[in-house]
Design a protein around this ligand. Structure first.
Ligand SMILES: *Cc1c(COP(=O)(O)O)cnc(C)c1O
Length: 356
């Protein structure tokens, strides 16, 4: 049976990227050596590293003055590395979910943290608006896509203080005006590569302004100066990531990707709203994520939740269970998920409705 992969992360990657990786594990770039055993300093791997940064710059139209680095430690390490490198006295955070809150918590170890707004009051089902960011904050941190709750900031905001964004789960899903941010980071395993690599896009002139000692490995400058080769980088996920970006470029880049992502999201939200059994958790349409789509049973059908999950699973739908803190269902519709998979899910939802 064909499987449709709706996992939230690690999650679906382009089949081409997986196939190319399998080949490279057997014989990397015609060297006769596996990707798993070749030196990261070989000219063949250095070419991959250079291509990774070049494709980031090209696909996201990254302006001059920014660098892209590839690190270990996941997005969660960035929760600490960002304040370590950027906070002198004060930073502002928007609390839009579990990940945002974790980032905020780490920052507290480095100075004063202002939570400018929070949507915790209604289980994070909207993006707060109308807040004020303190003008003396060293930076303002946002989480553009809230993977667990299915809300998303789908535009690049104007901000008077330096803007930092966790884009772990929506990078490459839409065009981004990188010039609005001083730093963008994310774990790879949602839209880019297998788990193990973290990307950081940073405007170089924002660095070197804090007074504290920064340990070598946690200092962005170390990795910029060494082209992400200060120590051994996560070779395999970087390789697969390059294949993902080649695939994305061939497909037409982030603008075309965004058109497809919107089509997928419209199709699924449309069915959730139409179907008598279901309702969306995010009511405000402009706050709805196009990457993680969350919904629950309508009250009178509550007892069918497990039944529907099983029904969908038996028809090849994988990873639809909502996060344990929200319940219900979540379909992650990342870049590599084809429209046909969303259509297949919609068909199953319709079929299930007709039986109930
Ligand atoms: C998954 C996720 C994280 C955590 O990433 P790790 O690489 O596992 O540390 C952080 N932020 C967001 C928005 C995520 O979706």
């Amino acid at each position: 049976m064909k499987k449709h992969n709706f996992y939230a992360g690690p999650s679906i990657l382009p089949q081409e990227a997986i196939d190319d990786t399998i080949e490279a594990i057997k014989d990397f770039a015609g060297t006769g050596i596996s990707l798993l055993s070749i030196s990261h300093r070989s000219k063949e791997f250095e070419a991959i590293m250079n291509e990774a940064e070049a494709l980031f710059k090209e696909l996201l139209d990254i302006p001059e003055g920014y660098r892209v680095i590839f690190l270990g430690g996941g997005a969660s390490t960035q929760f600490m590395m960002v304040p370590f490198n950027l906070m002198n006295k004060k930073a502002a955070y928007l609390n839009t979910g579990t990940w945002a809150k974790k980032a905020l918590k780490e920052a507290k170890g480095f100075g004063e943290v202002v939570e400018v707004a929070s949507s915790a009051d209604t289980l994070y089902n909207y993006i707060p608006k109308g807040y004020t960011v303190p003008a003396d904050a060293d930076y303002f941190h946002i989480t553009t896509n809230n993977t667990i709750y299915g809300t998303e900031i789908k535009y690049d905001m104007d901000c008077k203080v330096p803007l930092v964004a966790d884009m772990s789960s929506d990078i490459f899903s839409r065009p981004v005006d990188v010039s609005k941010y001083v730093l963008i980071y994310g774990g790879a395993q949602k839209n880019f590569a297998p788990a193990g690599v973290t990307f950081v896009i940073v405007r170089e002139d924002i660095l070197g302004k804090v007074e504290r000692f920064i340990p070598t490995m946690l200092n962005y400058k170390t990795h910029i100066d060494e082209g992400s080769m200060f120590n051994t980088p996560p070779v395999l996920p970087i390789y697969t990531g390059v294949q993902t970006l080649r695939w994305l470029k061939k497909l037409g880049g982030v603008k075309e990707m965004n058109r497809i992502n919107n089509a997928k999201a419209d199709l699924l939200y449309g069915e959730i709203e139409r179907n008598k059994l279901f309702k969306p958790t995010v009511l405000n349409k402009e706050d709805r994520s196009i990457m993680n789509i969350c919904w629950i049973m309508n009250d009178e059908y509550k007892d069918l939740e497990q039944v529907f999950l099983k029904y969908a699973q038996e028809r090849g739908m994988v990873g639809l269970k909502g996060h344990r803190s929200v319940g219900g269902f979540r379909a992650s519709t990342y870049n590599a998920l084809p429209l046909e998979s969303v259509q297949a899910l919609v068909d199953v939802m319709k079929e299930f409705e007709s039986k109930n």
